[in-house]
Design a protein around this ligand. Sequence first.
Ligand code: PLP
Length: 380
Amino acid sequence: MASSRLARVAESPTIRIANIANKLKHDGIDVISFSLGEPDFDTPGHISDAACKALYSGETHYSPSAGIKPLREAIAKKLQTENNLNLDASNVMVTPGAKQAIFEVMMSVLDDGDEAVLFDPAWVSYEPCIKFAGANPKWVSTDPENGFLPYDIGDHITDKTRLIVVNSPCNPSGGVFGKDKLKEIADLAIDHNLLVLSDEIYEKILYDEKHYSIGAMEGMQDRTITVNGFSKSYAMTGWRLGYVAANEAFLHDFQKIQSHSVSSATTFAQYGAIEALEGDQQPVEDMVAEFRQRRDILVDGLNDIGIHCSRPRGAFYAFADVSEYGDGEEIAEKLLSDAHVAATPGSAFGPSGNNFMRLSYAISQERIREALERIENCLL
Ligand code: PLP
C-alpha cells in the first residue's frame, strides 16, 4: 500500500490519453502529437561537443553536490547580466533538471498545512510537489481574455500562505507577466512576508517582449527563489540539467535534500551547460523564430475552425478553448480516437482547465497543417 504522502497526489488525467495514444501507435496508426513538453530540435552541436570532450577527458566522477564551480560561476554571471539578480556562485546550485530544483524548494520551504499560491492553469508538477511537502495549493484564477494573467491575488492570501509560484512565460497558457503584474505580486509578497518561487525556464522562448525576473525587484532579493534550466532554451531535456538561485541560507537547505537524494547533476553534462551559456546563442534565436511561425499557423488555424485560442506570448504551447465542442477531456479523447491527433486536456493544469486543451507546437509546420485538417474534419 502506498504511503500517505503518495496518496495525497492524484494520478495525472493525461495518463488515459497517453494510453490510448500508445495503443494507436502500437497498432501502426500515424498519430500527430501535440502533447510533447519538449523542443523537437536536437541539442546544438557545440554544446554536445563540449560535454563529449569532458567525458573523454575523464570528467566521469561525482561532482560537488551544488555543481562544478565553473558552471555555477557561469550561471551567476548570466543571472547578473541578463536577469539583474544581485548574486554570485555561492547563491547557485546546479540540479538534475529544474523539476528536481522545484521539488527541493517545495520540500524545504513548505510545512504541513501551509498554503502555496498557484495561478490557474499551472504546470502539472507544482501541485504534486506542494502536496508531497504536506502543504496545500491555493488556486487563483487567471483571465484568458487578458493573457491568462491572475487577478484578485490578494484575496487568496491567508495566514497560512507561505509561497507564491510565478511561472513566466507560462506552461500551459503561454502567458507572460509584465513588469506591472510582477510588481503587484512583489508588493503582496513583501506586505505578507511571503516567498516567491520564480520558474523562468521558458524565459528565452518569448516572442515580442522582454523577460523580467521578479527577484530583481526592490525588496525581493531575499524572498525570491529563482529556478531555471537548460531543457527548453537549449533543447537539452534529456541532459537533466537545471539550477536554483537564492540566498545562501535557502541554498544550504536545498543542498541537504540534493546531497541525500540525487547527490548532484551529471558531471560531464555540466561542461556542456557552460558551453550552452557562453557559446553561440544563434541556435536559440533560430528555434524561437521557428516556434513563432508554428504558433501563428496553429493559432490562426484553430480560430478558423472555431476553436477560440488567444496568441501565446511565450513558451511553445497554445491553450485553446474547446467549449464550443465539448469539454477538454471529451474533445481530447475524440480527437485522438477519431482524428489521431493527441493533445492534453486542460483539466491536467488546474481546476478551471476543463474547457481547454493544451497543444504543444513542438512539431513541424507541415504536421501542424495536417493536424488542423484532421481536427476540422473531425469536429465540423
Ligand atoms: N517548469 C516548467 C514550467 C516546465 O514546463 C518544465 C518541464 O516541462 C519544468 C519546469 C521542468 O524542466 P526540467 O526538464 O529542467 O526538469
